[in-house]
Design a binder for this molecule. Structure first.
Ligand code: UD1
Ligand code: UDP
Length: 368
């Protein structure tokens, strides 16, 4: 049985690393890895292949950055060629990026069944490019691997056939377990940055709604700068956000107050997350990782797809509309109690990847 895995952006390398380890050890599955090239900087791509020991992609499409239409269109064309050449039994896509959507559309048009990891997540905000990507991918897919019960319910409400939906848990939790020891052993990031546990806030920002809107960007970074007067704020800067800060003329001032660093590899990120007093982010993956390490989180958005963490008190939403509110919201969260105890099974208890591989192997030849 041949499976083509399509990845392209940072979080997909991490998710696919966990699943690929299991696929590779399955006796009757051959995985062919396609990298669209959506992310291409060394610290946004290669570092993950090296430290997570992901095999070199069989195809690197080299698509790079562009507007949504051009980027997705180029991917679609290049992926179609690979699929025609390889004739896989399944195509496996992850998450909600343009690489996900292109993979799903190219496959379904060639009548190749699609499996979607992280199906059913919804923000109900159609202005997010990710929301469009998720909805369309879910409706093109034949196997939908949902990480949470909320995701299952979203799919049911959209009328997706029950037999296609499988609650498997979150593959990022499996990744966190898989690489926990390696991160402790290999990462020297805390020593390198002179940080001690519980003495800093970790921040990440990259969402289009925050970086592409000048007033939100200002509110966010001015707010974080205020917070840094009380406690150091470490911010591994996504290239999209670096470009936005330069465009808005904010770079110089910001780097005087926040500790801006280059994007880090996954092992360093795990250590930065685990040891932070608080995490503030607009990333989907980082919100959950904060919870995996039981670090309180403030999400710099008006909504989240991971609603259970807000309900359980581990995460709070803070839309970045005003700098003073951003600062006071984060400082208040620093002083608050952590969330409620949660069953180990909330995100699948580390069994998501095994279930995905098992379901794929049982479903040879079904679908469109
Ligand atoms: C993409 C995903 C987003 C995901 C994020 C993970 C879409 C629509 N968005 O957002 O869902 O959360 O990845 O990080 O698919 N850039 C570089 N070097 C790189 C990659 C990007 O400089 O290696 C810069 C370019 O200026 C580019 C910009 O970042 O235009 C945005 O990159 P893009 O992949 O389009 O979107 P992300 O914001 O990374
Ligand atoms: N991450 C990383 N280095 C960084 C920032 C993030 O390894 O400098 C990891 C993080 O631990 C998580 C994933 O990247 O596993 C999240 O990706 P991102 O925030 O880019 O995207 P999202 O999850 O929002 O789609």
């Amino acid at each position: 049985m041949k499976i083509i895995t399509i990845v392209g952006a940072r979080p997909q390398f991490i998710k696919a690393a966990a699943v690929s380890r299991k696929l590779q050890s399955h006796p009757s599955i051959q995985e062919v890895l396609v990298h669209t090239g959506q992310h291409y900087d060394e610290n946004m791509s290669d570092v993950f292949f090296q430290e997570l020991e992901i095999p070199k992609p069989n195809y690197h499409l080299g698509i790079g950055s562009s507007n949504h239409g051009a980027q997705t269109g180029r991917m679609l064309e290049a992926i179609e060629q690979v699929l025609q050449q390889e004739s896989p039994d399944w195509v496996l896509v992850y998450g909600d990026t343009n690489s996900t959507l292109a993979g799903a559309i190219a496959s379904v048009k060639l009548h190749i069944p699609v499996a979607h990891v992280e199906a059913g997540l919804r923000s109900f905000n159609r202005r997010m490019p990710e929301e469009i990507n998720r909805v369309l991918t879910d409706h093109a897919a034949d196997l939908l691997f949902a990480p949470t019960t909320a995701a299952v319910e979203n799919l049911q409400h959209e009328g997706i056939a029950q037999e296609k939906i499988h609650l498997v848990g979150d593959v990022m939790y499996d990744a966190a377990l898989d690489y926990a020891v390696k991160a402790e052993e290999k990462s020297l990031i805390l020593q390198k940055l002179g940080l001690t546990a519980q003495n800093y806030i970790l921040a990440t920002i990259h969402r289009a709604e925050n970086t592409d809107d000048s007033s939100r960007l200002q509110a966010l970074f001015t707010g974080l700068a205020k917070v840094s007067q009380n406690i150091p704020v470490i911010l591994p800067l996504h290239p999209r956000t670096r470009a936005a800060l330069l465009r808005e003329g904010l770079s110089e001032n910001i780097s005087k107050s926040l500790r801006i660093i280059e994007p880090v590899g996954y092992l360093d990120m795990v250590m930065l997350e685990k040891n932070a007093k608080l995490i503030t982010t607009d990333s989907g993956g980082v919100q959950k990782e904060a919870f995996f390490y039981r670090v309180p989180c403030v999400t710099l958005r008006a909504e989240t797809e991971w609603v259970e963490l807000v309900q359980l008190g581990w995460n709070r939403l803070l839309p970045p509309l005003d700098a003073t509110d951003v600062a006071s919201g984060i400082l208040e969260a620093l002083e608050s109690n952590s969330g409620n105890e949660v069953p180990e099974t909330l995100y699948g208890g580390g069994l998501a990847t095994s279930q995905i591989v098992e379901l794929l192997s049982q479903n040879i030849g079904i679908g469109v």
